[in-house]
Write a protein that binds this ligand. Structure first.
Ligand code: ATP
Ligand code: MG
Length: 423
């Protein structure tokens, strides 16, 4: 027998209940974003490697060890996108979308990172990202947060905690970096291997350490938020005032620095305690310097990305996914000459009542087996077409869930009847 070929570790087929959860999440997110005036952007999955090393930063986990990088047949170094912001920034620059324009964009799709696969952490995973270009005030930061809060509400997700911090401007960060390096150097014997390396390359990332042994030294470290520039303090205060007005709870987490280099000022994460170590379901912030850094005209920007797998897991754990493909009506067709009119009737209903979901029995079978399928489908009604019904131009309409009588309905009155029943 030929050996089966399986998928690559950490890259999953998503089907059945998982796929329903993905669909529910993505369609609800799209509707919500559209309600706030955001537009879809579709971006390539492969970009030049340089785009990511220049934007995400050479000394981040992603660029150091997580990228899927390869040479194409031309010898150019390409990378499967590990996140969406860099490609989105490249696209808005390349297409001239940032010239005195405000852009409010969203996208969704797969991202790739070579990480150790575990619950909530995969090598191909999916994000829903939102980016705004051309606005520098805290009002847009607040809008991104309030629209994400609205999305959680629509999805039925409770208990997500909003963590907030400000990273200030570049100069404030540079000054703080010195202070932090001095502190960490004084406690070198307590640093783990990762942190020792980061102390040399990217000391702020030490604060991001997930190692519990590092918790104490991180907790006692001097805080960036105590060393911010005045304008960033004002920006942060205004953001918090908006959130207070909107009734959105938050926790200021001074150690929230985010994994990527490009952030400044506002950073935020929505966190759950229900998914173990992989608790961040949405992360974002402001990145005013990035557009210029990758060759565009200086343009303020802010955005966030949701981890779809983690949110889908929460939705399923809490039974929040409404049935995605459950029919309203199941067509039961038994006997000679029922298939052709059955198909015509199904299409007639779909023409007249586009919101109704109709599933037609395919592949034949006895009354009994078709009814079993009808029942299992979750449909509210079965429409039954037998030889006699065809002769009389009628169908039997049989309720499957409600305690109603079965009725016989003429073909030309069927759509009106269904419109009443499903009104
Ligand atoms: P983490 O600290 O968990 O590694 P990160 O800081 O690397 O996260 P971001 O780059 O900010 O993550 O990505 C935004 C979101 O995408 C994360 O909050 C998470 O929900 C999701 N995400 C990131 N990496 C993965 C992955 N390997 N598998 C599944 N989801 C992921
Ligand atoms: Mg990571």
């Amino acid at each position: 027998m030929t050996k089966q070929i399986s998928a690559i570790r950490g890259m999953n087929d998503i089907f059945a209940a998982d796929a329903d959860a993905f669909d529910f999440l993505i369609s609800t997110a799209e509707e919500t974003l559209k309600q706030y005036g955001y537009r879809s952007i579709r971006l390539p999955i492969v970009e030049k490697t340089q785009l990511f090393s220049r934007s995400i930063g050479e000394v981040t986990d992603i660029v150091e060890k997580e990228m899927y990088t390869f040479e194409d047949r031309n010898g150019d170094s390409l990378t499967l996108r590990p996140e969406g912001t860099a490609g989105c920034v490249r696209a808005v620059i390349q297409n001239g979308l940032t010239h005195n324009q405000i852009q409010k964009l969203y996208y969704t799709g797969p991202m790739f990172r070579y990480e150790r696969p575990q619950k909530g952490r995969y090598r191909q995973f999916h994000q829903f990202g939102v980016e705004v270009f051309g606005l520098q005030g805290p009002d847009i930061d607040a809008e991104l947060i309030v629209l994400s809060a609205r999305l959680w509400e629509r999805l039925g997700l409770e208990n997500l905690e909003l963590q907030l911090n400000s990273l200030g401007n570049q100069q404030a960060r540079a000054e703080y970096r010195e202070i932090l390096v001095e502190y960490l150097t004084g406690h070198k014997e307590k640093l783990d291997e990762d942190s020792l390396r980061r102390l040399e390359t990217n000391p702020l990332r030490v604060l991001d350490s997930k190692n519990p042994d590092m918790a104490e030294i991180v907790a006692d470290a001097p805080k960036l938020i105590d060393h911010l520039d005045d304008e960033s303090v004002e920006h942060f205060e205004k953001l918090k005032a908006h959130l207070d007005d909107l009734g959105i709870d938050y926790v200021v987490n001074p150690n929230l620095v985010r994994g990527l280099d490009y952030y400044n000022r506002t950073v935020f994460e929505w966190v759950t305690s229900e998914l173990g170590a992989q608790g961040t379901v949405c992360a974002g912030g402001r990145y005013d310097g990035l557009v210029e850094q990758i060759g565009g005209k200086s343009t303020p920007a802010v955005g966030f990305a949701m981890g779809i797998e983690r949110l889908a897991a929460l939705l399923m754990d809490h039974d929040k996914v409404p049935p995605q493909a459950q029919p309203d009506i199941y067509m039961v067709l038994v006997g000679e000459g029922t298939e052709r009119p059955g198909m015509v009737i199904s299409e007639m209903i779909r023409d007249a009542l586009p919101d109704l979901k109709i599933q037609m029995n395919m592949g034949g079978g006895s009354f009994k087996s078709q009814f079993k399928k009808a029942d299992k489908s979750g449909a509210s009604y079965a429409i039954v077409l037998g030889e006699q019904e065809v002769q009389e131009h009628k169908v039997a309409l049989k309720p499957l869930r409600l305690d109603e009588e079965q009725q016989t309905v003429d073909w030309d009155q069927l759509c009106d009847k269904l419109a009443q029943l499903f009104a």
